[in-house]
Write a protein that binds this ligand. Structure first.
Ligand code: ARG
Length: 458
């Protein structure tokens, strides 16, 4: 047991208490960020004359050595320390002697851990943003490739109107774009530096908080020291953004799983992203998509857990807040993993265009367009709706698609029908004539794709 706070105590901590209280098992991943923060703190302490330049350099070198040795496997972060902060300070003192004891001047573990979590979260946000960009790029390529890939659009999981695969994928592009924007907002709000807030009430040392903020690439120091040590809003916001992103991935996975089924047959997943069955030799299962869908629950869980942990906490720091780490680290790892795997999976999917087209042809997805045809010839929409309803009933009875009816059959339903109806209800023209902003028509899709290309270039 190596602790930073033995002085006031007359008894050893009970071993179970020590283990229960310790966070090193999971906060050791914060080491690089903890050291980065300490370096800024020490640099600043020297700048305001609390440390000599020589002391500063000794400490900086000691800190660099600790980081390097742990990275190279020459120094182990063991359970003998309470948390990562204790590990660094104790190891530093062990290595460079008494001067190491000056590191924690004008600092508390409360502002230290608040800083570490912010620095760590900020980097993970940047990582997620980059991974989202990869996914958006893959989506955009697929969209460009599938402008003419026709498929049914669904409502209630019933065939509704024809769309293109490009348009369907474009809906996901929008979702992931919003996810990326959300991360950008969160990062902006997060970017004030809590270092120098002390335990809760600042310090009596004339710390240059502007300087540490700048050294650590923050926009400036936080404005209230009590809030600074007890704020985990940015982490909750990030978990909420990840939850939303996982929800989007999960919906996409659900569709890919459906499309990959024998019944749909719209896609085939690559062998590298599929798995087999131990008993049924014919099986090729979309396990990766299912796992991404499943792991969404895990990320929601972390969000709920942290919200609940925080809800009853009085100001300022409380040990409850140590619970901000394990589940949120797990959620960040999970989300990053899912995002990366999903992108690889999507990139290698084979889209079966003929099957999609056939499906769009067969489900009366052009019924609205047939009604619109009659409207253009002067029939009120409600009457046209009724005629086409009878037409669908007739088609079901005859086992035919709308465009398979003869002109004679059509004229029996309404004398208004002419030869030009076939062109009007063809799949191509059903899509082509959808020209409103946001619709799947090719002109509009081209405009939107141009806009997306511009966005990704930035
Ligand atoms: N391991 C602690 C945490 O993660 C560090 C802060 C400890 N502060 C304290 N006052 N005990 O929250």
């Amino acid at each position: 047991m190596a602790q930073l706070w033995g002085g006031r105590f007359t008894k050893q901590t009970d071993q179970m208490v020590y283990d229960f209280n310790a966070s090193i098992r999971f906060d050791k991943r914060l080491l690089p960020w903890d050291i980065e923060g300490s370096k800024a703190h020490v640099t600043q302490l020297a700048a305001i004359g609390i440390l000599t330049e020589e002391e500063r350099d000794q400490i900086l070198e000691g800190l660099s050595g600790i980081l390097q040795d742990t990275r190279e496997g020459n120094l182990e972060i063991t359970d003998a320390f309470e948390d990562v902060h204790s590990f660094v300070e104790a190891t530093l003192i062990d290595r460079i002697g008494d001067v190491g004891k000056k590191l924690h001047t004008g600092r508390s573990r409360n502002d230290q851990v608040a800083l570490d979590m912010k620095l760590y979260t900020r980097d993970r946000i940047d990582e997620t943003t980059a991974l989202l960009k990869d996914l958006l790029a893959v989506l955009l390529n697929l969209m460009k490739e599938h402008m003419q890939t026709y498929m049914p659009g669904f409502t209630h999981l019933q065939k509704a109107q024809p769309v293109t695969l490009a348009h369907h994928l474009g809906a996901y592009f929008e979702m992931f774009l919003r996810d990326r924007d959300r991360l950008c907002d969160i990062r902006k709000r997060l970017n004030l530096c809590p270092l120098g807030s002390g335990a809760l009430a600042g310090t009596t040392y004339p710390l240059d908080r502007e300087m540490t903020a700048e050294l650590l690439s923050f926009d400036g120091p936080t404005r209230n020291s009590m809030d600074s040590v007890s704020d985990r809003d940015y982490l909750i916001e990030y978990l909420a953004a990840l939850s939303m992103m996982m929800m989007h991935l999960s919906r996409f996975c659900e569709e890919l799983i459906l499309w990959n089924s024998n019944e749909y047959g719209f896609i085939e997943m690559d062998d590298a992203f599929s798995t087999g069955s131990s008993i049924m030799p014919q099986k090729k299962n979309p396990d990766i998509a299912e796992l991404v869908r499943g792991k969404t629950g895990r990320v929601y869980g972390a969000l709920n857990a942290l919200l609940t942990t925080m809800k009853g906490l009085p100001l300022a720091y409380n040990k409850d807040m140590q619970e901000d780490k394990e589940l949120s680290f797990d959620a960040m790892d999970t989300a990053a993993n899912c995002l990366q795997l999903f992108t690889g999976m999507l990139e290698t999917v084979t889209f079966k265009k003929d099957r999609m087209r056939e499906s769009a042809m067969m489900g009366f997805t052009n019924a609205t367009d047939a009604a619109d045809y009659l409207v253009k010839k002067g029939m009120p929409f409600r009457d046209a709706h009724s005629v086409i309803g009878q037409m669908v009933l007739y088609c079901i009875d005859q086992g035919k698609a709308i465009d398979e009816l003869s002109l004679e059959e059509l004229k029996n339903l309404s004398p208004i029908f002419e030869e030009d109806v076939y062109e009007a209800v063809s799949l191509e023209s059903c899509v082509e004539r959808r020209i409103t902003p946001g619709a799947p028509g090719p002109k509009e899709m081209e405009r939107v794709i141009g806009y997306y290309e511009e966005l990704l270039r930035e």
